[in-house]
Design a protein around this ligand. Structure first.
Ligand code: FAD
Length: 318
């Protein structure tokens, strides 16, 4: 079922969902199941599965020199989606990226999703590769997520690339896109970023999932500003519980988000990561309760490969 249908069916009740990351190449899918199992009692209608970009790996050779190889360390998104969908009878949302993919490769991924009965996809640009200062698309790849959304919308109308098909059988994907309550790191202003979000919705996006935020005020203001410029689709808040002291520096650095000072002070006072984890859970519980009271359609949790803290939060609020 489409995410938008799940939201409609819930008739105002806030739904629980979460995002998982494929295991690293060489690991077993059981690791993923072990993290999903404890969360299924909260009846998520859908689970997101991220896609990772290719990256350069440096391998030390016998002569001491480094050999550079390019690889994708966490492949398998679509396969994982299909497997989870059938194992747990839940909808899955593969993340589809512009970065590293040509338009043709994107079409093949979407055709795979369609064959497998996957009805939702999250359309994202992806980040620049680690050695790049700016995001660069591959030749014949998309530069912005709005272009990817447009390609998926075309496919939903039965328009495949190059028109080299026998029958124009249309897909029917529900399309999610990313939104940034504290603006995307590359955007010159919040207003400019919101106009880009509107472009994605105008291109066919059906719903928005936000970047993590730790101050609900940012989300509420973001939704208000989005509504003011005519974005009417559901805006799903994304929540990540802080779990290690290092997050104080890493999260603002990677995602360009702010942590409220009350949260920072609490974490700074703690002497070990077990305490940080408890603080992160408590903070996320308070955030979730306020969001649910405000009537958000879904609270979407970033599990980052671990589910114990998400379970602790969900058991208090769902
Ligand atoms: P876009 O919407 O394309 O925006 C990127 C930047 O370009 C923004 O600053 C925007 O304002 C600007 N912009 C957009 N259109 C134009 C234009 N026409 N001209 C000029 N500027 C423009 N990354 C992964 O690698 N894998 C994942 O699975 C993944 N999942 C994510 C899930 C969520 C919910 C979120 C919030 C992010 C996720 N990301 C993921 C990270 C995401 O790929 C990065 O944040 C990326 O830098 C931007 O992606 P986007 O889709 O928002 O890009």
């Amino acid at each position: 079922m489409k995410i938008t249908e799940h939201i409609k069916k819930a008739q105002g009740k806030t739904l629980f969902s979460f995002e998982i990351i494929p295991p690293r190449k060489g690991q077993h899918i059981q690791k993923l199941y072990d993290n999903i199992d404890p969360l299924m009692e909260f009846k998520p209608p859908f689970i997101d599965v991220t896609t990772s970009r290719e990256e350069y790996i440096y391998i030390k050779k016998n002569d001491g020199l480094l050999e550079r190889r390019i690889t994708r360390m966490r492949p398998g998104t679509v396969g994982i989606c299909s497997s989870i969908m059938h194992k747990y009878d839940v909808d899955t949302v593969p993340h589809v990226l512009c970065g590293g993919f040509t338009r043709e490769e994107t079409e093949y991924v979407l055709v795979d999703c369609h064959y497998l009965g996957i009805e939702n996809v999250m359309a994202l640009r992806g980040d620049a590769m680690k050695h790049e200062s700016y995001f660069t698309p591959v030749e014949n790849g998309h530069h912005y997520a709005s272009e990817l959304v447009a390609q998926i919308s075309e496919l939903n109308k039965g328009r495949y690339l190059h028109d080299i098909i026998d029958t124009p059988h249309p897909t029917d994907f529900c399309i999610g896109v990313a939104g940034y309550p504290e603006k995307h790191l590359e955007s010159p202003s919040m207003e400019a970023d919101l106009r880009r979000l509107k472009q994605k919705v105008d291109a066919g996006a059906d719903y928005v999932v936000t970047q993590m935020f730790f101050d609900n005020k940012k989300y509420f203001e973001f939704v208000e500003a989005a509504r003011a410029i005519g974005i009417t689709v559901p805006i799903i808040p994304g929540i990540k519980p802080v779990s290690v002291q290092r997050h104080l520096n890493v999260l603002p650095q990677i995602f360009r988000i702010n942590l409220p000072d009350d949260l920072v002070k609490e974490i700074e006072k703690s002497s070990n990561n077990n305490q940080v984890r408890e603080i992160g859970i408590e903070w996320a519980v308070q955030q979730s309760r306020e969001l649910i009271a405000a009537g958000v359609p879904v609270v979407h949790y970033y599990s980052m490969g671990r589910s114990d803290n998400i379970k602790a939060i969900a058991s208090q609020v769902f």
